[in-house]
Design a protein around this ligand. Structure first.
Ligand SMILES: Nc1ncnc2c1ncn2[C@@H]1O[C@H](COP(=O)(O)OP(=O)(O)OP(=O)(O)O)[C@@H](O)[C@H]1O
Ligand SMILES: [Mg+2]
Length: 232
C-alpha cells in the first residue's frame, strides 16, 4: 500500500479579502490532511469557500495566515515564480467550464503545460498523444474545442491536467457542466486514472453522486469544515 504518507497538510488556513473599508473573512482556520492516493470530495453551500480553498491548495492564491504543505513543500509563502512551478508540476486542475484555449487543437492544448515547463523531461507532442489516447480521444487530436462535445472537452482538459505528471488532481465541479451520463463517464475516467497513475484527487462538487463515490466527504459551511465523515 502506498497510502501511508500524507500528500497535503493544511493547518490553520485563513483567507480575508478587503471589501470596501471592511475585511471579509472567507476561510476561518481550516485544518485538513489528505493521504497519498486518496480521493476526497469537498461539498457545501454556494459561497462557503470551496473554490477559495481549492485555489489555496493549488497555489493559485496565497492565504492570509496558516500553512499548506503540498508534497513535502510549504507553498503558502512562496514567491509567484516558484508558486507557478509548483502549479505546473505538482498540480493538475480541472474546471467546470473546461477552460481550453479555443484557438488550439486538442493536441496543442495538452502539450501547452509541457512547453511552459522549460525543464520538462517530456516530448510535448508525444506526451500529449499518449495522454489523449489514455482519455479515449486519439481520434480527435486535431479538433479545436468548439469541434468537440462537452464530455470530449473535459477529457482534453483532464489530459492537459496530467501533462506534467502531477501528484494531485484538483477538480472544481468537473461534472457540473455535463449531463448525468457524460458526468458519470468523466467520473469513471478520473477514478480509473487515480487507480492507474496513483493520483490523489480532491474534487469540489454539488453532485451527491460524485461525492458518494469518493473515499471521504468534507463539508464546508461559512468558511469552516462542519464534518469530516468517512463514506460507507
Ligand atoms: N475577490 C473577492 N472579493 C470579496 N469576496 C470574495 C471574492 N472572491 C470570493 N469572495 C467571497 O468568498 C466567499 C466564498 O467564495 P467561493 O467562490 O470560495 O465559494 P464556493 O463555495 O466555491 O461557492 P460556489 O458553490 O457558488 O462555487 C463568497 O461569499 C464570495 O462572495
Ligand atoms: Mg466555487
Amino acid at each position: 500500500m502506498q497510502n501511508l504518507a500524507s500528500i497535503l497538510e493544511v493547518r490553520g488556513l485563513t483567507k480575508e479579502l478587503p471589501l470596501g473599508k471592511e475585511k471579509v473573512s472567507i476561510l476561518k482556520g481550516l485544518d485538513m490532511t489528505v493521504m497519498k492516493g486518496e480521493m476526497v470530495a469537498i461539498v457545501g453551500p454556494s459561497g462557503s469557500g470551496k473554490t477559495t480553498l481549492l485555489g489555496l491548495i493549488g497555489g493559485l492564491d496565497t492565504p492570509t495566515s496558516g500553512s499548506v504543505m503540498l508534497a513535502g513543500q510549504e507553498i503558502s509563502r512562496l514567491r509567484e515564480d516558484k508558486l507557478a512551478d509548483v502549479r505546473n508540476r505538482t498540480i493538475g486542475f480541472v474546471f467546470q467550464f473546461f477552460n481550453l484555449v479555443p484557438t488550439l487543437t486538442a493536441l496543442e492544448n495538452v502539450a501547452l503545460p509541457i512547453h511552459f515547463d522549460d525543464r520538462s523531461r517530456f516530448n510535448p507532442e508525444k506526451r500529449a498523444k499518449e495522454l489523449l489516447d489514455l482519455v479515449g480521444l486519439s481520434h480527435r487530436l486535431n479538433h479545436k474545442p468548439k469541434e468537440l462535445s462537452g464530455g470530449e472537452q473535459q477529457r482534453v482538459a483532464i489530459a492537459r491536467a496530467l501533462a506534467n505528471q502531477p501528484a494531485v488532481l484538483l477538480g472544481d465541479e468537473p461534472t457540473g457542466n455535463l449531463d448525468s451520463e457524460r458526468g458519470e463517464e468523466i467520473l469513471n475516467l478520473i477514478q480509473q486514472l487515480r487507480r492507474d497513475l496513483g493520483l490523489t484527487v480532491i474534487v469540489v462538487t454539488h453532485d451527491p453522486k460524485v461525492a458518494d463515490r469518493t473515499d471521504r466527504i468534507l463539508t464546508m459551511k461559512d468558511g469552516h469544515f462542519v464534518t469530516a465523515a468517512a463514506v460507507s
